[in-house]
Design a protein around this ligand. Structure first.
Ligand SMILES: *Cc1c(COP(=O)(O)O)cnc(C)c1O
Length: 372
């Protein structure tokens, strides 16, 4: 009997959550309502009591955070070229200009050594990304941001459940943005959350989330600011509430599986492994870099033939057509380009079995040998 196909990720939704979603569907109130408020309260509790508002995506949270930070045309925003394209697209969306800083080849995150030299009088914000769930060095990041009076919007889409210096990501810092897309460590199918700093009015955040609308007790309404259509449904919030109960177990299991990869991957394969961090990282992804000269397309096919799904997260985004048109090209950010061209995401999700890790490790060896 052949083993079933192993995808690179799969959400874990328990039966109780499925039943709760059915209850919401029968309740007569399916969009933003009491479940959204309960989910926001649970997230705020998790983030040390800081104000949290939920959104229908992690892209919407970033865009609203930029607007709340006052970022617009004429401003520049510093970020990494090695991330999901949403991180940079939102900068364009608000009319600002992205300034990329190359990554540290070891952490694969924005290089803190190169951050300060990228700051100019036009710099309004920095969007660091915790790639694969490994947190950016918050001490060094905020040292630069605070020195230059630049706002920080932490793109923590991949690092919900991770920590920095014993503080949960989300419990400290300026703006912190989470995504609850189906592939993220905690999911609502689609969704996101924004943790707000103390100088930002949560009510303005709510207006930017929904058409700028405010309602009065006499039935009147007013719109004083242009808002989007970014509200989360109670259906989605119910999934999120069910997921919160498992967050710690999810993270613990991911760390166990990551450890098993370090023990199981044959060093002779010459794969470049991620940083072995078991205290801060939530192990959103386990990514290896293929040795130079290995054809990634052939490798992906060879793994697929062995029943293993792998992913690519991500090619360096400044080489996408939209960004090339802004003048970026090969050689602009060599470290991100090399990693983006060689990276492979191996299967890692909480319901994986230990034996699945063995299967992946064997398939890695066999696939690399086959295509050599
Ligand atoms: C997933 C993700 C986003 C966007 O989140 P969505 O919920 O898909 O809109 C932004 N940044 C990073 C780094 C992500 O991984």
């Amino acid at each position: 009997m052949t083993a079933p196909f192993l995808p690179f990720t799969r959400p874990s939704i328990d039966e109780e959550t499925i039943a709760e979603v059915a209850n919401v569907l029968r309740s007569g109130w399916i969009t933003s309502g009491p479940k959204v408020l309960a989910f926001e309260a649970a997230l705020s509790d998790y983030c040390g009591g800081r104000p949290v508002r939920v959104f229908n995506s992690g892209t919407a949270t970033l865009e609203v955070a930029l607007r709340l930070a006052g970022v617009g045309s004429g401003d520049t925003v510093i970020t990494t070229p090695l991330t999901w394209v949403a991180t940079a697209n939102v900068i364009l969306e608000v009319g600002a200009t992205p300034v990329f800083v190359d990554v540290d080849p070891v952490t694969r995150n924005i290089d803190p050594d190169k951050l300060e030299e990228a700051v100019t009088p036009q710099t309004k914000a920095i969007i660091p990304v915790d790639l694969a769930g490994l947190p950016v060095d918050r001490d060094r990041l905020y040292a630069v941001a605070n020195k230059h009076g630049v706002r920080v919007i932490e793109d923590a889409a991949q690092s919900f459940g991770a920590s920095w210096n014993d503080n949960r990501i989300g419990s400290t810092g300026d703006f912190v943005s989470f995504s609850f897309h189906a592939n993220k460590n905690l999911t609502t199918a689609e969704g996101g959350a924004l943790v707000l700093p103390p100088d930002i009015d949560p009510f303005l955040c709510e207006r930017l989330r929904l058409q700028g609308m405010q309602r009065f007790t006499d039935g009147g309404m007013d719109v004083d600011v242009l808002g989007g259509k970014f509200n989360l449904t109670d259906i989605a919030a119910t999934i999120g509430l069910g997921q919160m109960k498992h967050l710690e177990a999810f993270t613990a299991r991911r760390r166990e599986l990551a450890r098993a990869y370090f023990a199981g991957i044959d060093p002779a394969l010459k794969l470049e492994l991620p940083v072995a961090n078991f205290s801060n990282s939530n192990w959103h992804m386990f990514q290896v870099l293929l040795p130079a000269g290995v054809d990634r397309g052939k490798f992906i096919m060879a793994m697929k033939q062995r029943g293993i799904g792998v992913g690519v997260h991500y090619p360096a985004l400044h080489l996408f057509t939209l960004y090339r048109a802004m003048g970026f090209k090969e050689g602009s950010f060599p470290k991100a380009e090399r990693i983006g061209a060689a990276t492979i995401t191996l299967p890692l999700f909480p319901s994986m079995q230990d034996s699945d890790i063995d299967r992946v490790c064997s398939a890695l060896a066999a696939s690399l040998q086959e295509i050599a």
